[in-house]
Design a protein around this ligand. Sequence first.
Ligand code: GLU
Length: 547
Amino acid sequence: MTRKEYADFLLPNVMHDVEYYESKYPERNLPKDAIVVRVAPSPTGFVHFGTIFQGKVNENLAKNSQGVFMLRIEDTDQKREVENGIEEIMEAFKHFEIVYNEGPISKSEEKGEYGPYIQSQRKDIYQAYIKYMIEQDMVYPSFTTAEELETLRKEQEKRKERIGYYGRYAIDRNLTMEEVIEKVKNKEEYVFRLKSPGHFSNKRVFEDLVKGEVEFPENDIDYILLKSDGLPTYHFAHVIDDHLMHTTHITRGDEWLSSLPLHIQLFEMLKFPIPKFAHIAPIMKEENGKRRKISKRKDPEANVFEFKKRGFPIVAVKEYLMTVANSNFEEWSFENPDKDMDEFIITFDKMNVSGALFDMEKLLNLSKNYLSTLTAEEVYENLLLWAKEFDPDFATLITEEKDRTIKTLDIERNTAKPRKDFALYSEIKDNVWYMYESLFKDVTYDWQKITDIEEIKKILQVYMTKYYDKNDDNDAWFDKVKQLCEELGYAANMKDYKKNPEQYKGNVADVSTVIRVAVTSSSQTPNLCDILKILGKEEIERRINML
Ligand code: GLU
């Protein structure tokens, strides 16, 4: 039997040979230094913040080099796949407005000429290459069961030897074709393993764009390339895909750095050009003085959906990702306030080698600053989108009260020092709830200096009958409050009060606080004159009568 016949026997249903795929996916027609990158998440749990981070980095690298950014779904571990995993990945990119040039765009559609971009749909491709490697004697079927592997492992532990299927432990390496055929006919389950040509005693040095030079022993382990379900392992799938998709830079989490000798070995054995590698450190968290990766289990902020749910402004999250990618981004954006953030060119040499710290404080500040630059209408539209999904009652309310909401959001907005009292869309309701008649009930008043309810009522009654005028601007309004003070024995200005406090019942700040608390319940609000204008006389009176 020739090796070709043997390969046909083992994989009889493969539709095409490797030449077919090599010519189906020709070299890309791009400028010389164009960067072709991909993000390759697995749909095995919620979408990790790191996926969005890599997305932002890759989008920037591709855009700035007239290259291509792909989204590839690595769903070959079907046991660990979660329901809607793929949809959630696409949704995360869409929500955070990170745009890939190629990849799946819905359950059944994709864009790009180098697909399918979902690995489970590339079965024939992987099998074609396995078939080729069988012919070349680079791959062999292995029947070693999980129990046998466990026995091997124990033996290696006992002897203090390296764990793995290599050298004399790679027991199926030397099976003859006849032995294999016999076992296959007996329906024994098997996988395809790499026949590694490497020697552990040989050292290899690789160049990583983030980590610099890294040295590893050559790979000598006969890793599984194709599993018994006919799907590839990550190691094999990524090499085939990145070759056929013509990825120029493999940017991925640095947990893959130690597998680099295997991956490079595969590229070399298949005579594929070797792409550049950039192993990016994960975003870290500091806890009790120790640094660790943000973890799916422990940190809610690892889940991108949390950012959506809490209503982080998308632009602020993206700006934050840029600061994590390259620490010099902040200085650049300070010097170039009018430029789009994507005009900044991310470079590998400015990436944090050991992992940037996740800085929630910084993200919240970016969010506050960003929201302060929007118009009230823009904040309203974003707030409404958020509320429709996460607080439908509030969405209904602000739809009915659109005008009031926009006016409220406009308070202290178009000034030299615009308000920065919320960072998240989810914080706005708690900030403005008192502006709505329907929410202003069962309130607790935060009275300050003046607490006697009879005195409070008197101040309010005199204010409403003699000094309230809905047409007053801020200065006129404040003058009236001062007049009110004079009438009732309060100091109209702070200087006088400080000189002779005993001559007064209190001062103008105490009196305006009474008005503020009566109509909002809170002693801390933005401009009171604006609040009074938006509420209107009838509602102010209704609130006073509630006291
Ligand atoms: N599916 C792999 C992961 O989620 C992708 C690694 C890569 O980008 O190559 O870690």
